[in-house]
Design a protein around this ligand. Structure first.
Ligand code: PEP
Length: 250
């Protein structure tokens, strides 16, 4: 079975409702219908309209950028995985470095979110990656392996079909500084080997996306790497033509 090819857009906290609506209309027009899975990770208030607009396109799905580690109840301001699913979304990002940093999300907390997501039948895009100081200290390989062990040891093989990984070196996110294809391939191979060690052959089949200043110019050389199955795209996903180019860079 060949691995899925994926271009995931992370709109982060950008765009008004009207702007988001227009961008999605443009994306649906300029992205050719093909075998590449396009996942639009939109802010919570836009999930429903995005799901409605993409309903006619099998190559488009919609995701949230986070979910609560709790099922329901007195958690003011939080959004549950079930709520996300009820808006028509099928995916959720968990463990993005911006949330790990600004909200101090621990491994245990992230595992709680992942379990909630799976209970709501959502697919999870789980993000891992080292910060600059860790790379400079030569710790980057151990960091990502430990991030996998810390959280994914709590999962079973039955969860793997709903799991996508995103390797996002934190020093490359939103900085314009991209990992070289050699750096990306090296880390993706380490992640794939670790998944194989933890879960066997099915673990090695989990899609691994690269994220960190991936754009219309550099996507092709990154996606050409044998263990890179696509990208998680921030800034460049806000420009329809650029995201469309990325979706055709496989
Ligand atoms: C991201 O937010 O996941 C990301 C990769 O952002 P950017 O592409 O802007 O670096």
């Amino acid at each position: 079975m060949s691995r899925k090819k994926i271009a995931a857009a992370n709109w982060k906290m950008n765009l008004s409702y009207a702007e988001a609506s227009t961008l999605l209309d443009q994306l649906l027009e300029v992205c050719p219908t093909n075998a590449i899975n396009k996942i639009i990770c939109a802010p919570f208030p836009y999930l429903h309209v995005c799901s409605e607009k993409t309903a006619g396109r099998i190559d488009f799905t919609v995701g949230a950028q986070d979910c609560s580690a709790h099922a329901k109840g007195a958690y003011t301001g939080e959004t549950s995985a079930a709520m996300i699913a009820s808006c028509g979304a099928t995916h959720v990002i968990v463990g993005h470095s911006e949330r790990r940093t600004y909200h101090r999300e621990s491994g245990e907390h992230l595992l709680g979110k992942i379990h909630q997501a799976f209970s709501a039948n959502l697919n999870v895009i789980f993000c891992i990656g080292e910060v600059l100081a860790q790379r400079k200290a030569g710790e980057h390989k151990d960091v990502v392996v430990n991030q996998l062990l810390e959280v994914l040891s709590g999962l079973g093989k039955e969860h793997l079909s709903k799991l996508i990984l995103a390797y996002e070196p934190v020093w490359a996110i939103g900085t314009g500084e991209t990992a070289t294809p050699e750096q990306a391939q090296e880390m993706h191979a380490i992640i794939r080997n670790q998944m194989h060690a933890m879960f066997g052959d099915e673990g090695g089949q989990v899609a691994i996306l690269y994220g960190g200043s991936c754009n219309a110019k550099n996507a092709k050389e990154l996606f050409a790497c044998s263990d890179v199955d696509g990208g998680l795209i921030g800034g460049a996903s806000l420009i329809a033509d650029d995201f469309a180019t990325i979706t055709t860079s496989f």
